[in-house]
Design a protein around this ligand. Structure first.
Ligand SMILES: Nc1ncnc2c1ncn2[C@@H]1O[C@H](COP(=O)(O)OP(=O)(O)OP(=O)(O)O)[C@@H](O)[C@H]1O
Ligand SMILES: [Mg+2]
Length: 304
């Protein structure tokens, strides 16, 4: 639908999404990348759709404003349920509630809970939409999107499609509501608008978002890669870069050399399978990667 419609404005600037299994280093890589891009004239936002406040932790920030300034041109925003609900409120919540409450006696918070239970992907949908709106706004030249561990990321990607499917059925049901013409029409209009929004969000993910996959050279992580790439390609989302994190480079103890030789097998597999991708290795560091100075070390390797 809007996939071929060049009239649709999907925003400007660059958006990079970091994805991967739990604990592989997505937030670390996202933070270092955001640091790299932020410069005078290049306002950069690192945004997290993970419930845990890991970006503020890695940047050692105590400011809980949203967005919070890390340094001159670098901002972080950790989206929570509250922001997403606000978004839903602003776009559809009150409107849909208005229609529903004309024939069902229900309080607004209860209604929102009901909607999120029948459409479990609703908050994910609005996360995608939130980021799309941000890019349309043009306030940031670069947006770095740090996602929750992989299971949730994929659910997030599937949501617009699931929602579109739900909305395909919905008019048939809603049009049978025993209402006067006047109240029936608005809800169908709202649903149509919602459906368009959902399709635009899928296009936005396809056209505007660059995906970076983060992994580690370990059995489970490597096994999961194939499935993830397949799922992403089902939505025509292409990963451009693969970061292999935690690679042992220093084999000065028996412990480390055993670990390194085990990793070699997995590294070989990754290079063979994903030779079409740009692959970057990040070494395993002996210290915690927190604060701007440490992140600069990561930045140097990612952008050498
Ligand atoms: N190359 C590395 N060397 C040493 N420690 C690392 C390295 N990369 C990440 N870490 C550490 O591993 C932990 C997990 O990293 P990070 O939070 O970036 O992962 P994540 O993929 O975002 O996790 P989650 O899935 O929970 O969001 C952090 O404590 C981080 O400092
Ligand atoms: Mg994280």
């Amino acid at each position: 639908m809007s996939g071929t419609d060049s009239q649709v404005d999907r925003g400007s600037g660059s958006i990079t999404m970091f994805t991967g299994k739990g604990g592989v280093g997505k937030t670390t890589c996202a933070a270092a990348t955001a640091l790299h891009h932020s410069s005078p004239g290049n306002r950069t936002l690192a945004i997290s759709t993970d419930a845990t406040p890991s970006l503020s932790h890695i940047f050692e920030l105590t400011d809980d404003r949203k967005p919070a300034r890390v340094r001159d041109e670098l901002f972080i925003n950790e989206l929570g349920e509250r922001e997403v609900k606000e978004m839903w409120d602003k776009k559809f919540g009150r409107e849909v509630y208005g229609v529903f409450s004309s024939f069902i006696s229900i309080k607004y918070p209860e209604f929102v809970e009901f909607m999120t239970s029948v459409l479990p992907g609703l908050s994910d949908e609005f996360m995608v939409d939130y980021i799309r709106e941000l890019s349309l706004h043009g306030e940031y030249e670069t947006i770095i999107w740090d996602t929750a561990p992989l299971g949730q990321t994929l659910a997030l990607l599937e949501t617009p499609a699931l929602l579109a499917e739900h909305l395909r059925m919905a008019p048939r049901i809603y049009s049978r509501l025993k209402l006067g013409q006047t109240s029936r029409e608005p809800i169908l209009d709202i649903l149509r608008r919602w459906e368009n929004l959902s399709a635009e969000n899928i296009d936005f993910l396809k056209d505007r978002v660059k995906f970076v996959m983060v992994t580690i050279p370990e059995a489970l992580a490597v096994e999961q890669l194939d499935g993830t790439f397949r799922a992403l390609s089902e939505y025509s989302l292409r990963v451009k870069q693969l970061i292999i994190n935690n690679v042992v480079k220093n084999e000065d103890s028996e412990f480390m050399s055993t670990k390194a030789s085990q990793q070699k097998e997995y590294l070989k597999t990754i290079y063979e399978k994903y030779s079409d991708l740009e692959i970057i290795e990040l070494p395993m560091f002996p210290y915690e990667l927190k604060g701007v100075d440490r992140l600069r070390e990561i930045e140097k390797i990612l952008f050498q």
